[in-house]
Ligand binder design. Structure first.
Ligand SMILES: [Zn+2]
Length: 85
């Protein structure tokens, strides 16, 4: 049971599996950081907002690596503070 629970996002109560798509495009814990990240993507591609979450993650990895890296760092700090304080 413990191992099953470990796969769910513990920083939000959305009941989602914590995978890369959830971490970058869905998790409620990082809304402010994501807003800044997605704004950058939208400014360079007006179709970004209508993409699926999986397509958004792929787009960010292909075209906005530095911005994505910055997001991951900031979100990871939040995640660490929530889970290991
Ligand atoms: Zn979450």
């Amino acid at each position: 049971m413990y191992y099953i629970n470990k796969f769910f996002s513990e920083v939000c109560n959305q009941g989602n599996i914590e995978n890369e798509i959830h971490f970058v495009t869905e998790c409620n814990a990082y809304i402010d950081q994501r807003e800044a990240l997605f704004k950058i993507a939208e400014e360079s591609d007006n179709k970004f907002r209508s993409m699926t979450n999986e397509a958004k993650l792929i787009h960010m990895m292909q075209h906005h690596q530095i911005s994505l890296l910055n997001y991951v760092y900031k979100a990871w700090l939040i995640r660490r503070n929530v889970l290991f304080r």
